[in-house]
Write a protein that binds this ligand. Sequence first.
Ligand SMILES: Cc1cc2nc3c(=O)[nH]c(=O)nc-3n(C[C@H](O)[C@H](O)[C@H](O)COP(=O)(O)O)c2cc1C
Length: 340
Amino acid sequence: MPHIEPRNPEHNPLYIIKKCQQEKRPVFIAGPMVRYSKLPFRSLVREYNTDIVYSPMILAREFVRNETARLSDFTTNNFDTPLIVQVGVNNVTDLLRFVEMIHPYVDGIGINCGCPIKEQTREGIGAALMSEPDLVANMVHAVKEKYGDKVTIETKIRIHKDLNETISFVKKVEAAGVDFITVHGRTRTTRSSIPANFDAIKLVKETVSVPVIANGDCFSLKDAYDIAEYTNCEGVMAVRGILANPTLFAGFDKATWGSIEKFWEYSTAYGLPFRLIQHHFSCMLDPQLPKALYKDMMDCKNLIELLDWFDDNFILKRSGEEGFGTAVEIQYRQQRTLHI
Ligand SMILES: Cc1cc2nc3c(=O)[nH]c(=O)nc-3n(C[C@H](O)[C@H](O)[C@H](O)COP(=O)(O)O)c2cc1C
């Protein structure tokens, strides 16, 4: 592990939630994404008004036992804050060892109680925990008993088919000392094409007194404000929306050219496998590019080809002020054929 500065108390999620309440706006959160929310992407979204950023889910069992897993799963630096690391865990012992190792490097720890992937649920991790409220409460309690206010702990849940179960779940977890709760407004079997259930999130908000973060279907800054207003939640978490448009919380309607350049910088400076870099660009550019050009990009086999593809197809035409997040137009070299 690298040397990391002591955490800034103003980067504690609870402090940020209070500050945003004073500013009369929701907290803007980039949620956990397996594979995607690595250091370069986290650094990118921080440039665009994101208050708190999550790591992908890290499996406690592997992390605490295996140095290679630690090195490949978690990279950070002094600018990677406010950061919540999300953990996939199914027992108190692994969680306490995980917290002991990681808490000096993060501003909060979130327990994943929503991942529906079978590989995880059959191990009792993720959404399997939705039917284990006592275990989740025990895990939260164990961390709070050992660390008190020194460690902020969150649980990210999905809703149950029977919302009475959700209510009883969040009450137990709150009584165990959880600091805040994120609710993804879908059950473990609801597809992401079905709209999130904001009434259920609102119900959780009415049930507990700890802060609640609403998750599901936030694709624009307007969505963030609308969701916060409807559910009365303290914050809004975006995931698919911010993957496609890392500038979402800064109010831009699609990934700006500035954000694309910035992602090049971060991913090459901090290191990210080529296929992952390409995937990020695919998410950011798919909604913006003509099909044939998009396919060319996806056909690139390595970083050099991808760089050449950018060089061949784009020239920068800056408008307005310089700087990241400012309005920047993309002009295609093949303008004649593409009519853009
Ligand atoms: C690529 C991808 C990876 C995800 N990885 C995680 C994860 O590691 N932990 C987690 O709790 N949820 C994960 N999720 C679920 C999201 O955090 C979120 O709850 C869900 O996508 C709904 O939010 P959205 O409508 O803003 O996308 C992932 C979702 C996507 C699309």
